[in-house]
Design a protein around this ligand. Sequence first.
Ligand code: DAH
Length: 357
Amino acid sequence: MTTSPLASLAEQTSELLTTIEGLTSLEALREAEASLTGKRSVLSNLQKSLGALEPEERKAAGAQLQEARRVVESALEERRALLLQSARLASLEADRLDLGDVVVNDVHWRLSIGHPGLVALTQRELEDVFVGMGFTVADGPEVESDWFNFEALNIPPAHPARGMWDTFYVDLGEPETVVLRTHTSPTQIHLMEQAVATDTLPIHSVMPGRCYRRDTPDARHLMGFHQIEGLVVDRGISFGDLAGVIETFTRAYFGPDIASRLRPGYFPFTEPSAEFEVTCTICRGEGCRTCSFTGWIELGGCGMLDPAVLDAVGIDGDEWSGFAFGFGIDRCAQMRHQLDDMRALIENDTRFLEQLS
Ligand code: DAH
């Protein structure tokens, strides 16, 4: 009895698989392909030798051989896919352009990439504090009609309180008076109108954004500045809720050693109204020139929503009550980082900006 030509097929197959495993480049794979599965390969030679077998034996051996070929071929394809992928990755890596690498006369310079400015960073931090307290963040337009910026906020035309805001008027040739918003309070009106239209009261929102006033810039004022407005409309809201929100925010943003206090004030859209102050961040309450030796710095205004404002947006003041507050983001940045002059925020002096990167 002659030994079957397939006696050592298993070993031969595993040798082929080991060879395939050892192929480390597409080139090597292409070179080895003929000897692994081609016409002169071990497998093809075995195929030819089957001719000498009896028909029955030949059939069984043929099937066995076919299976071995399938295993080897699929290992080869798998290897090819893997090598193709790593070749692709390598070529991507080689083609990569470093746009920050600027070469001038063979000297390499690193281009510095930008980063958010202090106002943007401060706005994000403030948003985070309020989001942590359960507020949502909303946006409003910077160009407003007189109705949103003034009238709906209980400041009718020729009301003396208009003098509180030196206003830029925009002439669009329209009968309506259009202004650059002087504060973020008009966004309150948008939110309340929306909530009424969509029947989605209550509201717990903060609204950050840019505002404009016809002021001469100085150490504590800019013509284009940023405020963040807060608005709560819900059932059974009291002045205590307002004071609690202000105090919680103050400690969360400025730190536990900075407190807040409210002083009676006047705003047409709130009744009662208050100005809120925080411990002077320069002298920590001892008294210094910045705080006029009071130990306190004024940050913003607040109060309970005036019934006239609720009326203007069609909210039933018997069912709902609320409070609002607004303060300067730039002012917060100035106090927290103890900037002598707020104009540093807009001058783009790289020595200042680079401290933030
Ligand atoms: N809008 C006021 C300002 O810019 C600040 C302010 C005061 C906002 C009282 C309020 C508020 O929401 O209730 O001077």
